[in-house]
Structures are given as C-alpha cells and as structure tokens.
Design a protein around this ligand. Structure first.
Ligand code: ADP
Ligand code: MG
Length: 253
C-alpha cells in the first residue's frame, strides 16, 4: 500500500516536472523586481527594478561584486522571500499567486540548491542528507540516493558525516542532494567560494556537465571570472540590477 502510494506521488511529481520543461521555454522570468530591506528604520534597496529571462537548459553565470544582490535574487526565485514589488515566474508559475504552501512544494520538487558553505545537515550522514532531499520531494528511494552519491564520486563514503569529509567532498554531497530529485532548476550561490581553484574547477565541471546532460537549468552566482568558462550565458549584476549580458572574453580581460 505504502509502496503503491509512493509510486503514485512519484508519477505526479514526474508530471509536474515535465510541464514546461522544453528546451528554450522560459524557466525563470523576473520582471521589474525590487527588494528593499529595512535597516534601522530606513528602506535600503538590494534589488532595484531588475529584469531577466532564463530559459530551460540555460547554464548561467551571474556575476556581481559582493553586495550587488545575487543572494537576494536567489532567495526570491526560491520563494524563500518575497519581492517588495515586481513579478517572478518559475517554471511557468507566478510565485505570488502560488502562496506559501505552493512555493514550498515548488521549491521541494523543482529546485535544487548548492551553497558556498555546503549547508549539509551536520547530524546526518552523506547518504541521509541526500535521502532527505528525496523524501521531501516524495521520491524516497535509497538506491537512487546511493546512485547519486556514486555519480559525484563518493561511493564508499555514504556513511560519513559532513565533518568527516573535505570541503570538495561536502560540496559533492550538496550536488548529489540537489541533482538526486531531478529538479528543473539548480541555484548555486558561490558554489566554489570556499574551495581551492583545482577543487572548484572539478566541482564546476561536475555540476555543469550533469546539468547539460539532463537539460537542467543552472544559475550560478559568482564573483570568480573563471566560472564563465563553464556557462553558456553570462549576466552581470551591479547595484541590484542585471545590467548586461556579456562574454567570457570581456569578463576576463
Ligand atoms: P550578494 O549576494 O551579491 O553579495 P546580497 O544579496 O547578499 O548580495 O546583498 C545585497 C544587499 O542587501 C547588500 O547591501 C546587503 O547588505 C543587503 N542585505 C542582504 N540581506 C539582507 C537582510 N536580510 N537585511 C538587510 N539587508 C540585507
Ligand atoms: Mg551572496
């Protein structure tokens, strides 16, 4: 019975996932989005009327100095916070009209996250961190969790706790946790910010190759120009606005 129920919910999740996922379709639409944080009684704009359209299968590097608003934008796309004004659509859904519960479901089923400081749960093993992501998206299957860890090169390290893994290995667990539920979008906020260059390049290679192979939309926030080599769209963010689409050559020189 339980198995049957699980299969039905998996089928439903699959159906939800496939809607609107044709390559080239808009996956993220940001229209005139503002976000103001109140600091000591004064409203400080972190996003100032930004626009962008990201399509299914895009591999985007979002460049901007610290404080330019990258993480704020990610929090809004993930529905963890709401804009002061403006319109956001993710996978064809208007985040405002989805409501809190709808945004939580969308986040669990269709979004994967990779962070600078990995954000693994310290009391769970590598396997449990990945398995939890499947449970939350109604796809609990231990074989799938193990396969994801194998795919990121962590076979044999499933029962280690985060503190028993190197930074690069922890980021691999975070990638496994994100990809395992086959999300439509992965948001990676400074994914190599806490890694040395060689490890960081391995991580970027792993993440971008996997997203290309599965046509997963990937948005990476970064201030490291080398990240652009792994992306096929490069956007530049300055003072709360995405100001231009640029090229790797322009960025590095
Ligand atoms: P980035 O990720 O590009 O470094 P952030 O989105 O974190 O930039 O920050 C953009 C601006 O918003 C910064 O000036 C930052 O200080 C401010 N900010 C971010 N989060 C908050 C918050 N929770 N409360 C107040 N100000 C914030
Ligand atoms: Mg940030």
């Amino acid at each position: 019975m339980k198995e049957g129920l699980r299969r039905i919910s998996t089928e439903m999740a699959e159906k939800v996932r496939q809607e609107g996922d044709a390559v080239g379709d808009p996956m993220i639409r940001i229209v005139d989005v503002w976000k103001e944080y109140n600091h000591k009684g004064t409203d400080m704009p972190a996003l100032r009327g930004t626009h962008v359209e990201i399509r299914t299968g895009d591999i985007v590097a979002l460049f901007g100095k610290s404080g330019s608003g990258k993480s704020t934008l990610f929090n809004l796309i993930a529905g963890l916070d709401r804009p002061t004004r403006g319109h956001i659509e993710v996978a064809g859904q208007d985040l405002e009209s989805l409501g809190e519960k709808g945004r939580t479901m969308l986040r669990r089923v269709r979004l994967g996250f990779v962070f600078q400081f990995f954000n693994l749960l310290p009391t769970l093993t590598a396997f449990e961190n990945v398995f939890l992501s499947l449970e939350l998206s109604d796809q609990a299957d231990s074989h799938v969790a193990r396969a994801a860890l194998k795919e990121v090169g962590l076979e044999g390290k499933e029962s280690r706790y985060p503190h028993e893994l190197s930074g690069g290995e922890q980021q691999r667990v975070a990638i496994a946790r994100a990809i395992v539920k086959r999300p439509s979008i992965i948001l990676a906020d400074e994914p190599t910010g806490n890694l040395d260059t060689v490890t960081g390049n391995h991580i970027l290679d792993l993440l971008t190759t996997r997203c290309r192979d599965t046509r997963t939309t990937l948005v990476m926030a970064t201030h490291t120009p080398l990240t652009c080599r792994y992306a096929n769209r490069i956007l530049r963010m300055v003072d709360g606005q995405i100001i231009e689409e640029t090229s790797c050559e322009e960025l590095v020189h």
